[in-house]
Structures are given as C-alpha cells and as structure tokens.
Unconditional design. Structure first.
Length: 405
C-alpha cells in the first residue's frame, strides 16, 4: 500500500474541526474572506458605474474586461513580489493603490470622462488587486503540516471562495439600492483597504523570518507539476465561463430576463453545497485521479443544461452543474500545493489564478459567440467540450505531482 493510500485510508478521523482547532485559523479564514470581497464586488460595480456614465454596455463590458485581464496579467508578478518581500510590504500598498484607482474611476465617471480613460483606470484597479487568495492558499500549505488536515483546509478554502462570489454581487446590489453605482464603487474601495489590513494583521498571515537563499530559488514555473496543472485549470475556467454566459441567455430565451441572476445564484449555491459535501466526506482515491474524475462528473452534470429550455429546467440543471465546482477547486489547490518550488509558493498560486481567469474570459467570449450559430444550447455544449478536454490533460498530472508525504 502506497503512502498516499494509507493516508487516504486514515482520513475518517479528520474533520473541519481539526482545521479550525489551530489557534488563529478561524481568524485567518474570516480575514481572508473579508480581504477577497473586492474580487466579488468590483466587476459588477465597475460595470454599472461605467454604463451609467457612458450609456454604453459595450464600454462597460470593455472596462470590466480590462479589470479582469489586468488582474490575470499582474497576478504572477505580485505573487513573486510577495514571496520575495513578504505579504505586508506588497499587499498593503496594492490594496491602497487599488482603492485610489477606484476612487479615481468614480471621479472620472461623475465627470463623464471619455470611455477610453475609464477603461484604462479600471485596468489599473485590476492590476493592483492584492493577491490575497493566492496568499492564503500558500499559507495553508505552511501552517498545516498534517496532509489530512491540509486537505480539509483547502476544501474549506474552496467554500470560502464561493461565498465571495455569492455575497459580493448582493453587497453591490444593496449599496446601489441605498445609494448609486458610484456609492457601491466607493464601498469596494473601502473594502480594498479594510480587507487587506484585516488579512495582513491576522496572526497566521504575519510574515515570518525568510530564508536568505529564497531570492536565488527557481521561479514557480520551473515545477513540472505546476506546468501540467495550468492547461486543465485554463480549460476548466473556459467551461465555467461558457456556463456563466449560457445561463443568462437561457433566461432570455425563456422570456424571463430577470431570472438571469437567479440562475447564476442557484449555480453558485450548487457549488457551495458540493463543497460542503466534499469537505465532510472521507476519500480513499488518489488525489490526481479524483481531480480527473471530478472533471468527468462535471461534464455529466453540465450536459443536461444542453436540453434545458425553461427557467425551471435551468434552475434544476444549474444546481446540478454547480455541485462539482468547489470540489474541483479543492483538489486543484491541494495539487498545486504539492508542486510548488520552495520560496515561490504565492507565485505558484497566482499562475493558477491567472490561468483560471484567462480561461473564464475565453469561455465567456466563446460562449457568447456560439449562441448566434448554435442557439441557447451551444454555450453548454462548449462547456462540456472544454471540461472534458481538461480531464484528458489532467491524466498527465498524476505522474508529475508527488503524493502526500
């Protein structure tokens, strides 16, 4: 019996309580949740702010695209800086810089500045997004020595990430109802500073003494395991991006544009439920094989959306499609934690985040493009194709990612 098999067989005695029992762990997860709220709130607030200023959905969409693309492009650089100089020295300036960029965007929008200037400013805000998600995933690798407890921690982390995406748009909607898109964007600016400050002051997130040789270590992409992970992660993101476009188009096709948000919310709720179920169970399979199998199950669970033509069918099939998202991310985080080059932990997770965001953008664009030719079912067929291809690439991961020690 292999080392990993013995570990998996003993998993039954490990629960989420084991994760939260570590002193400072509940505060770490709570502060990371607050610190990542700008991720879930900024895109919608920027979309509505720029739309209100320019009266153009095209300009608003380009502004959000610039924010997302800049985040993906700059994340690996920020991750490398965190590994080299420490979290506090990088995250705090980034959080303050992003807040100032968002405040500047509000001022420009109120002055009805040119759309190009709004897009550039939105891109600057995206480029300065603090890599808190990557930082907390790298921290989990350091603070949880027991691989069993660490896997539970990554499962909890995947659920926390889904909470960000579910609660973020709701916060923006509440602020817009109480004030305006400008008020919502200023709220996001405040969250940038507050969330980053709360996270870096968490006891477990404080920078430790660094190895003097860390600066001379290899870059994260020197790891064959990390390179093997990037393609399935990007393809998974493409599948998710296609579904994200397909669900609103299904609502419009069914004659209920207002149901778009409900379909997306139910999809995210499915992910939350799947993450909680996954984290509460004991698993005996090899981690890399489990990751591949979850991708295949995701194809099977998304396929019913191809036949959905009503809001009711979309709700049921969307909930089913969402069930595998958080478990896939949980496996993904743990696999990446086993591939990282010492001294480049945060950078490794930012590369994965960049691949995921790039895939999401490509999937959203492709999903929208295929609707005209293939109808409302086309984005879901594209999602199945992309996720199935990700499962094929994931077969290479097992040979390149070490088993648990």
């Amino acid at each position: 019996m292999s080392t990993e098999t013995r570990i998996e067989a003993a998993r039954g005695g490990v629960s989420l309580r084991s994760v939260l029992a570590l002193p400072g762990s509940p505060r770490l997860f709570a502060s990371a949740l607050v610190g990542r709220l700008p991720q879930g709130t900024a895109p919608l607030s920027i979309l509505l702010l720029v739309r209100g200023s320019t009266r153009s959905y095209a300009a608003a969409g380009i502004a959000v695209g610039a924010f997302t693309l800049a985040t993906a492009l700059m994340a690996p650089l920020q991750g490398r800086l965190v590994d080299r100089f420490g979290r506090r020295r990088v995250l705090l300036p980034s959080g303050v810089g992003q807040a100032l960029a968002l405040i500047g965007l509000v001022a420009l929008a109120r002055g009805h500045a040119a759309a190009a200037l709004l897009v550039i400013t939105a891109g600057a805000a995206g480029a300065l997004l603090p890599p808190i998600a990557a930082s907390v995933r790298a921290l989990l690798r350091d603070v949880f020595d027991d691989p069993l407890v660490r896997e539970r921690a990554y499962a909890l982390e995947s659920v926390a990430q889904e909470l960000v995406w579910v609660t973020g748009p709701l916060l923006v909607a509440l602020m817009i109802g109480a004030t305006s898109p400008a008020g919502a964007t200023l709220m996001v600016a405040g969250l940038c500073i507050l969330g980053t400050l709360v996270f870096v002051r968490s006891p477990l997130a404080r920078d430790r003494a660094r190895d003097p040789g860390a600066r001379r270590r290899r870059a994260a992409l020197a790891s064959p395991g990390l390179r093997a992970m990037l393609m399935p992660v990007a393809l998974t993101g493409m599948g998710l991006g296609a579904v994200e476009v397909g669900l609103p188009s299904l609502a419009v096709h069914a004659g209920s544009r207002s149901a778009s948000g409900l379909l997306l919310a139910v999809w995210s709720t499915g992910s939350l439920a799947g993450g909680l179920w996954y984290s509460a169970r004991s698993w005996r399979s090899h981690l890399a094989a489990r990751y591949r199998n979850l991708l295949l199950i995701a194809v099977a669970f998304t396929a019913p959306l191809i036949a959905a033509r009503s809001v009711a069918a979309g709700l049921a099939c969307g909930l089913l499609s969402g069930l595998t998202i958080a478990p896939m991310f949980s496996c993904q985080y743990l696999l990446v934690s086993r591939t990282v080059t010492p001294g480049s932990e945060t950078e490794a997770f930012t590369w994965v985040a960049a691949a995921l965001v790039g895939g999401l953008g490509a999937g959203s664009a492709a999903g929208g493009a295929v609707i005209g030719a293939g109808g409302v079912a086309a984005p879901f067929a594209l999602a199945c194709l992309a996720t199935g291809t990700a499962a094929l690439f994931a077969t290479r991961v097992r040979s390149r990612v070490p088993a648990a020690a």
